[in-house]
Write a protein that binds this ligand. Structure first.
Ligand SMILES: Cc1cc2nc3c(=O)[nH]c(=O)nc-3n(C[C@H](O)[C@H](O)[C@H](O)COP(=O)(O)OP(=O)(O)OC[C@H]3O[C@@H](n4cnc5c(N)ncnc54)[C@H](O)[C@@H]3O)c2cc1C
Length: 385
């Protein structure tokens, strides 16, 4: 297991790409709640969506650590990778569990960025963190499936061609194995919208393009099912470990950005005739945030190494996400404090990043649920959920 894999050329190339999309670009999108089309197109052109896809399907066949480096670099530049990160981890479910026919049909297009697989419909208004309680149902009919129900917080559905959908196919009610009632589907949004599938945007405090989705008799073909019926929950667990590690990588990038901005401001800003950074009350919190970030990075690297080695990494993926999201939030709070009143001014971008990085304590899994997982699965304490 190697934890020092760092892909310096990739870091440099992505750093150069991000420099073309500076603070003003992201600030403007945030104000207009607009989707970063030009940035996503640039990432596609640079081959970012091909990173994790095997060469046989038109990809570059690199390990998860490469994607981790890319997403960290994007966030460390002040940008936000939300508009594209899902493509990287969701593709894993299709790659590992899809049929050969599905992989040949979709993966080459996903690799070039021509086909966008950016929407992951799991959470429902009623079920929340209790994924196994979801109610959206896919019923078998002649030659396919019919879907009824609704999802919430399905991000980027309006900007995606394809969507992974977790739906109930087994009997309703609490069964012995609730996870055995769920199946995973690949929905082609280009044909589904307006034919039993409706998307409504949800306004939020960040520019995240999240939506609510309503299914009213949506017909899916037989081959929309990924893998075997009733195995959907198991399939998304793979994607969820990758998701936690990649989100943690974004948090590391955010934390680096906040620490750099706070340090730069503390060196320049003079009050009482000296730089504010000369005061230990200002420099110690920055130093502490830096140390927390570096420690979290070690866990992200370990989780990547285990994932890439095909070894169990549930605990490490969860701890990486927990520690990195705490480090980025700590750094965000410090940066806002160090900038004083200017931290609240839009043109300094700290308030925007502060809002954005807060999300990771809640999604894709909340801090409490990570702690409950560690307490139960790792420490053997009684299950609390
Ligand atoms: C901007 C945004 C984008 C998102 N994108 C997606 C997406 O693309 N696809 C998708 O499927 N979902 C998405 N989500 C949903 C996200 O994964 C959920 O919001 C998250 O998992 C928490 O679920 P919930 O909001 O229903 O909170 P709830 O489950 O209702 O929890 C509310 C609070 O109670 C706490 N809590 C609940 N149960 C327990 C317990 N047993 N022990 C201790 N504490 C508990 C939680 O930690 C949380 O603090 C997104 C959410 C947001 C806000």
């Amino acid at each position: 297991m190697r934890i020092d894999e760092d892909y310096p050329e990739l870091r440099e190339a992505i750093g150069r790409l991000c420099a073309r999309f500076g603070d003003a670009y992201w600030r403007d999108l945030d104000e207009r709640r607009a989707y970063p089309e030009a940035f996503v197109a640039a990432l596609a052109e640079a081959g970012c969506f091909a990173l994790l896809i095997p060469e046989a399907y038109g990809g570059l066949g690199l390990p998860l650590r490469a994607a981790s480096v890319v997403l960290e670099t994007i966030h460390a530049s002040g940008a936000n990778a939300a508009a594209c990160h899902a493509q990287m981890y969701m593709m894993a479910a299709l790659l590992r569990h899809g049929s050969e026919e599905q992989k040949r049909r979709y993966l080459p297009g996903i690799a070039t960025g021509e086909l966008r697989l950016q929407a992951f419909a799991v959470t429902e208004p009623e079920s929340g963190s209790d994924t196994l309680a979801l109610r959206t149902r896919a019923r078998r009919t002649d030659g396919g499936w019919v879907v009824e129900g609704s999802k919430i917080w399905t991000s980027r559905a309006e900007h995606s061609d394809l969507m992974l959908l977790l739906a109930r196919t087994g009997p309703s009610g609490r069964e012995k194995r609730r996870s055995g009632e769920l199946s995973l589907f690949l929905v082609d949004l280009r044909t589904a919208r307006g034919r039993g599938l409706e998307i409504r945007p949800v306004a939020t405090m960040i520019n995240h393009h999240t939506t609510q989705i309503f299914f009213d008799g949506l017909r899916l073909p037989e081959d929309a099912l990924i893998g075997e019926e009733g195995e959907g929950f198991r399939y998304i667990l793979d994607a969820m470990n990758a998701e936690r590690i990649l989100i943690a990588s974004e948090c590391l990038g955010d934390a680096r950005w906040f620490v750099q901005r706070a340090s730069a401001y503390a060196r320049e800003r003079r009050v009482f005739g000296r730089p504010i950074g000369q005061n230990q009350g200002v420099q110690f919190p920055i130093a502490r945030a830096y140390a927390a970030r570096e420690a979290a990075e070690l866990m992200v690297r370990k989780a990547c190494a285990l994932f890439d080695g095909g070894r169990p990494c549930g605990a490490e993926a969860n701890m990486a996400k927990l520690l990195a999201s705490e480090a980025s939030w700590q750094a965000a709070e410090v940066a806002l404090e160090v900038l004083g009143g200017f931290g609240f001014a839009r043109e300094f971008d700290v308030e925007r990043k502060w809002r954005e990085t807060r999300l990771y304590r809640t999604a894709p899994v909340s801090t409490n649920l990570v702690l409950a997982y560690l307490a139960h699965k790792v420490l053997g304490l009684p299950k609390s959920y």
